[in-house]
Design a protein around this ligand. Structure first.
Ligand code: VL7
Length: 135
């Protein structure tokens, strides 16, 4: 049985998000707003197919993918780059690599108890987010 990420997840902590935004060259005005956002993840998982929505009062971001199938991703409303994105399972972790202008970029999702964890990484900078499941 694969891990089940389905659900609506509310942000509890967001460590080092400022440095992560800086390494993506997000401008100061945008960072000032984004740093205070409570982000919500809505994950729809159907076998190896996923839709992940990241929602906030400022901006929303949505992506769809199938495990093991590389896609071209446009990070619209985030850093607005185009990357080659591939998501695979590493054990029970969902691991994404985003190949492009920025080196060593991607994210990981995993579950610990009833919490959803996410690590966002880029050029050695790591942001760690934790979400709790909405009842
Ligand atoms: C990553 C991106 C900050 C710009 C606005 C902040 C708006 C709400 O990659 C992400 O999720 C993956 C895995 O769950 C699926 O797409 C979302 C969000 C942070 C870095 C860039 C700041 C401007 C935040 C959309």
């Amino acid at each position: 049985m694969p891990v089940d990420f389905n659900g609506r997840w509310l942000m509890e902590t967001n460590d080092n998000f400022e440095d992560f935004m800086k390494v993506l060259n997000i401008d100061l005005a945008t960072r000032k707003i984004a740093i205070h956002l409570s982000q919500t993840k809505v994950i729809i998982q159907d076998g190896d197919k996923f839709v992940i929505k990241t929602l906030s009062i400022f901006r929303n971001y949505e992506m769809s993918f199938t495990i093991g199938e590389e896609i071209e991703e446009y990070t619209k409303g985030l850093d607005n780059r185009v990357v080659k994105t591939l998501i695979t399972w590493e054990g029970d972790k969902l691991v994404c690599t985003q190949r492009g202008e920025k080196a060593n970029r991607g994210w990981k999702h995993w579950l610990e108890g009833d919490k959803l964890h996410m690590e966002l990484f880029c050029e050695g900078v790591v942001c760690h987010q934790v979400f709790k499941k909405q009842a």
